[in-house]
Design a protein around this ligand. Structure first.
Ligand SMILES: Cc1cc2nc3c(=O)[nH]c(=O)nc-3n(C[C@H](O)[C@H](O)[C@H](O)COP(=O)(O)OP(=O)(O)OC[C@H]3O[C@@H](n4cnc5c(N)ncnc54)[C@H](O)[C@@H]3O)c2cc1C
Length: 659
């Protein structure tokens, strides 16, 4: 396929050429938004507009496209990052935690660490079961089960195996049939791997996590080298923009407007005959000083602004918990208690050792010709391992489980930051799921090896099924004021226990590495007791627990009786033509990185939306309004802005957060 990304003929349009109405207005040009844009505009009779708050990213294209740029020239902390921070976290000594999120076309896939790790079958099937009960519809719920979602995850991908030499030296094993063969997003392994990764699976096996030869096919427990979203034809990042948009010939029915922040969508004042409200327009502006504009919507508004922004837009549109909206001075159009609730994220922290071996960090620092080669700069961390409860608790799991179950009601009453009976019922149901089905069948901790800093190796432990629960909310009616992000990290005692045990498990893997690892630098051998490990995790501002950047749950796809925000069609309850398609719909954390599941959700949603027939009446589920197709010519704007040569000096903090 030709690469059209460098042509001025793209579908990006200046603000003064946006039409007055589109069939679909997609809010957010990130992972899900650009998948939807690409798929929905395949029908040339359908008009699609994407409104993206961030810039196009063309002036930092090289930093985004280079896989190792994720570490050495990251756009994190720049204007291409929302630079979110949580509110002070009571249980972390009032630390505020960084929540990186891409603010650019491609969204967080333009800055993420590119690991492709799917959730396990048991988790995805549990989601479908939750959707089918408590008043949900079992037929439509089943589409979110593993078999279907797996096919859609694969639909997004084109897998290329590693060279046989690389696979042999570093012990990369895979089953190509577990990946897609002809999708837009390229998936492979970096051209270069570090020798130290060769002992990853054997060291993990010595610590009780056997090698998983064929990952990403529904089973996650075990250790493996996972593929990444990399394009092997030129060793660049394959992300939602490069995979789904850049290679398309321009389409006159697809418009993408960057630097367009959506403030709210507008709802009709009266309900339709099914008792639902319809959205008729979307309000956006370039910045807080410019006048806002309204785009009319013929068919649907699709929210794809991500787990930390989608609930904010819902609330500013008058859809959300009544007490929150009233407190913020926002008129309630549709009371929906689950909006912004169920916020969860994976927390992670590293053990760091010195090493006599060469790391990618050493090569990068050498400034050699090789360090500047495309092949070297395709390097990205890829060694992961998933452990279960018995590994973490080492014989104490049945007591731990009893405690968890005995304290269910206490957790519901104390920890859920909502007075809604439905939200509490959902928390209780999912808590029980985690403390029973997931307890021994789903992974509880992820270990990730990082080789990006000179002379050190870091292995992180990230808890996968947190019991703590938080929320995103607003306290002002001004959409330009930041939302408050409060994951309530470590408010549940179990999370602290699991995380400190995770660090102990990491130390066992480190011990199995033997002489490849030198002195333990973080947290250091003096930190051994439960109390010292927990204190380090909670309070150390540099290497204590931080976010793995996987927030989710804030517009959960669950029955309304469980505090759900969207149904199995991803339609917002009570609204006729507003869907949410992004990372906020997962009802609980998966033991996975979320992009693969996110691509699956967006592909599946695209088919769902396309299968809907629109025929006559405006603003209702059945209808479409004839819209202006006359301005469909390609709009020319200068695309190749001068390349901005910026260096980004990563601090050790950034190195050890997520990655
Ligand atoms: C640093 C980092 C590392 C990560 N590493 C990995 C990894 O290795 N593997 C993995 O699988 N996952 C990883 N993730 C997570 C993964 O990238 C996300 O789960 C995924 O991108 C979420 O997709 P989304 O569509 O929900 O949101 P996003 O991709 O974040 O897209 C949301 C878009 O909406 C835009 N937007 C927000 N508000 C508005 C508004 N009001 N108006 C208009 N536009 C708006 C944003 O600017 C953004 O472009 C990582 C994330 C980060 C931040």
């Amino acid at each position: 396929r030709a690469d059209h990304s460098n042509f001025a003929e793209r579908d990006y349009i200046p603000d003064n050429q946006v039409r007055s109405a589109y069939d679909y207005v997609i809010v957010g040009g990130g992972l899900a938004g650009l998948v939807l844009a690409s798929r929905l505009s395949e029908d040339s009779n359908t008009s699609v507009l994407v409104l993206e708050a961030g810039k196009s990213g063309d002036d930092v294209k090289d930093r985004i496209n280079t896989p190792s740029g994720a570490y050495y020239q990251s756009i994190a902390g720049t204007e291409y990052d929302w630079n979110f921070r949580t509110v002070p976290q009571t249980n972390l000594g009032n630390r505020t935690i960084s929540e990186l999120r891409g603010k650019v076309l491609g969204g967080s896939t333009a800055m993420n660490a590119m690991y492709l790790v799917r959730p396990s079958k048991v988790e995805v099937d549990a989601w479908a079961s939750l959707l089918a009960g408590d008043g949900g519809d079992p037929t439509t719920a089943s589409r979110w089960g593993w078999d279907n979602l797996y096919n859609y995850m694969k639909k997004a991908e084109q897998f290329t195996p590693p060279t046989s030499n690389l696979a042999k030296v570093v012990n990369v094993t895979y089953d190509a049939s577990f990946y897609g063969a002809s999708g837009p997003m390229k998936v492979t392994y970096p051209a270069v791997m570090m020798d130290i990764a060769a002992n990853w699976t054997s060291s993990c096996a010595a610590a009780g996590m056997p090698e998983l030869k064929n990952p990403n096919g529904g089973v996650t427990l075990g250790s493996f080298i996972t593929p990444s979203s990399i394009n092997p034809s030129n060793w660049t990042r394959s992300y939602s923009r490069s995979a789904y948009i850049d290679f398309l010939p321009p389409r006159s029915n697809l418009h993408i407007l960057s630097e367009a922040t959506v403030l709210r969508f507008r709802l009709n004042d009266t309900k339709d005959k099914t008792g639902k409200l319809s959205a008729n327009g979307v309000e956006y502006a370039k910045n807080s000083k410019s006048t806002s504009k309204i785009i009319n919507v013929n068919r649907e508004v699709i929210l794809a602004a991500g787990a930390l922004s989608t609930p904010k837009i819902l609330m500013h549109s008058g859809v959300g918990p009544k007490d929150t909206l009233s407190g913020a001075g926002i008129g309630v159009k549709m009371e929906l208690p689950g909006v912004g609730q169920r916020l969860q994220d994976h927390m992670t922290a590293p053990v760091v050792w010195s090493t006599p071996l060469e790391t990618a960090g050493n090569i990068h620092a050498s400034n050699s010709d090789f360090s500047k080669s495309r092949e070297f700069n395709s390097f990205i961390n890829d060694a992961v391992s998933f452990g279960n409860m018995s590994l973490l608790l080492n014989g104490g799991e049945s007591t731990f489980q009893k405690q968890l179950l005995n304290l269910t009601d206490a957790a519901v009453n104390k920890l859920v930051p909502s007075s809604s009976a439905e939200v509490k019922a959902g928390y209780k149901k999912i808590y029980n799921l985690m403390a029973t089905t997931f307890f021994d069948k789903a992974p509880q901790v992820e270990l990730l090896m990082s080789l990006i800093t000179p002379d050190v190796v870091a292995i992180q432990a990230a808890i996968q099924h947190p019991y703590s629960i938080g929320r995103v909310y607003v306290n002002s009616s001004n959409p330009w004021d930041a939302a408050l992000i409060d994951p309530n990290f470590h408010s549940h005692w179990a999370d602290r226990v699991l995380m400190r045990q995770g660090l102990r498990l990491v130390r066992q893997v480190g011990a199995a590495y033997g002489a490849s690892l030198g002195q333990e630098l973080v947290p250091g051998l003096a930190t051994q007791s439960d109390a010292d490990l927990e204190s380090h995790l909670l309070y150390d501002p540099v290497n204590g627990a931080g976010s793995q950047f996987h927030p989710t749950g804030t517009a959960a796809c669950l029955p309304q009786a469980l505090g759900g925000v969207v149904d199995a069609d991803l339609k917002v309850y009570g609204l006729a033509n507003v869907r949410v398609v992004d990372g906020s719909i997962f009802p609980f954390e998966f033991a996975a990185h979320l992009a693969s599941a996110g691509y699956g959700v967006a592909e599946l949603a695209s088919d769902l939306i396309k299968s809907k027939t629109y025929s006559t009446v405006s603003g209702s589920e059945q209808g479409t309004v004839p819209h202006d197709k006359t301005s469909g010519a390609i709009h020319l704007i200068p695309m190749l802005l001068p390349w901005l040569s910026l260096t980004y000096i990563l601090s050790i903090t950034v190195h050890f957060l997520h990655i």
